[in-house]
Design a protein around this ligand. Structure first.
Ligand code: GTP
Ligand code: MG
Length: 197
């Protein structure tokens, strides 16, 4: 699948004010600076659709993008970054929790993890909460261009081992690079297959 048209619709702080939930929706979540907004731009072939920054805490709202007049991509604020003031983090976390639990057309939440780093407690706890809340999610390991293939493979293996401490089965995952476009086809095919189910 290739995205032909992507347009910004609206930004919100409140899930109740988001567009009517009558289309499939896919949202990107993860630690601040992990590359959520960059990945949306990569998938849609639009360099400036979602706002990106080298400084964590750029995305502050729930941002809806309408794709091919048919389904939504959603860019969300990051969680768990010490550089973002605590009051702001707590506000975002509440907004994110409400969005995740109440958005009935959320077909899949993509949890982005920086492929360079060892497993972080904040991500592991978050995914455990998703599992307990029965929210469908997939992992995307980002910034793979920053690693050599052997390092990437070793990091993925170490991550799986860590996940097996809590999970009986490794959740579905993909690997991406917004620099090289790696993972684009896989992520879009995955979305396409979920859309058709
Ligand atoms: P917040 O909105 O602050 O939560 O961040 P975000 O997760 O949306 O990250 P964003 O897309 O703004 O990217 C953060 C930084 O990482 C920017 O400097 C990007 O250029 C860089 N970046 C994102 N994805 C990649 C990638 O795949 N490879 C490389 N090398 N850099 C990336
Ligand atoms: Mg962002």
């Amino acid at each position: 699948m290739e995205i032909k048209e992507a347009q910004f619709v609206v930004s919100n702080t409140d899930v109740e004010k988001c567009p009517a939930g009558n289309r499939p929706e896919y949202a990107f979540i993860g630690r601040s600076n992990v590359g959520k907004s960059s990945l949306i731009n990569m998938l849609t072939n639009k360099k400036t659709l979602a706002k990106i920054s080298g400084k964590p805490g750029k995305t502050r709202l729930i941002n809806h993008f309408l794709i091919d007049q048919n389904w939504y991509l959603v860019d969300l604020p990051g969680y768990g970054y010490a550089q973002v003031p605590k009051a702001e983090r707590l506000k975002w976390e509440k907004m994110l929790r409400n969005y995740i639990l109440k958005r009935e057309n959320l077909y899949c939440l993509f949890v982005l993890i920086d492929s360079r780093h060892p497993a972080q407690k904040v991500d592991l706890d978050f995914m455990e909460w998703l599992g307990l809340s029965q929210i469908p999610f997939s992992i995307i390991f980002t910034k793979s261009d920053k690693l050599r293939p052997v390092e990437l493979e070793a990091n993925l293996k170490a991550y799986e081992e860590k996940m097996f401490e809590t999970w009986e089965v490794m959740p579905h995952y993909l690997v991406s690079s917004s620099e090289t476009g790696l993972g684009k086809e896989e992520i879009l095919s995955y979305i396409d297959s979920v859309n058709k189910n």
